[in-house]
Design a protein. Structure first.
Length: 139
């Protein structure tokens, strides 16, 4: 009799684990199905307008990169005119970076964004001194 509660507990733990595994499998397949990045012809007119510099290579870009670009295109209307201009100017160069280069840029930006505002301003000032002909670096 002493083993009965332990057996029920193990059975219940296995059922929970199986349920969690099933949920993860279903959610992963749903994300994959829902997350499929469209080809250029499937983009909306607004998305095509924002992403026009990428039209020639869009269908060859990795899916994860297309997903991120679509997310950026969704934010585009809420950007200031300066941000929109910077986005449009830098878009072709960004897509030509390797995955490792893009990841490094994201990592560096995350490090920069985590700094106190005063330190960020110091870095920005130094950058302008070293690159007087360049506009602000990308945020």
């Amino acid at each position: 009799m002493g083993g009965e509660p332990a057996q029920r507990h193990r059975l219940r733990a296995r059922q929970i684990a199986a349920g969690v595994g099933l949920c993860l499998a279903l959610s992963a397949s749903a994300v994959c199905a829902a997350g499929k990045a469209p080809v250029w012809a499937q983009l909306t007119a607004d998305q095509q307008t924002v992403l026009r510099p990428l039209q020639p290579e869009w269908d060859r870009l990795p899916e994860v990169q297309r997903q991120r670009l679509l997310a950026a295109a969704k934010r585009y209307p809420r950007m200031s005119p300066q941000q929109q201009q910077r986005f449009s100017q830098r878009l072709p160069g960004w897509t030509k970076l390797t995955l490792e280069q893009r990841n490094l840029a994201r990592k560096r930006y995350a490090q920069y964004a985590s700094l106190p505002r005063e330190r960020q301003l110091e870095i920005l000032k130094r950058w302008h001194e070293e690159h007087p002909e360049e506009p602000n670096p990308a945020p």
